[in-house]
Write a new protein. Sequence first.
Length: 79
Amino acid sequence: MTTHRMLLGALLAIEALLAFGGAFYGLSGADGVPLEWLRGSPFKTYLVPSLILLIAVGGSFLIASVATFWRLPADRRLA
């Protein structure tokens, strides 16, 4: 495995972990984060944004990381 592929896969995995962490924090109530930050958005709580962060962002980073490490044919497009 090349150094570039390992670095890219690791960075994608780290981003997935950060997205999952942020999503779980939001799903647990996001203590310390004011609800005023949602003013002007279509959201009243952090539930939906956290689910988007978990599934869309974290999930896509995880899929791209796995594809990169496993050398799947679509790895470049996913990354």
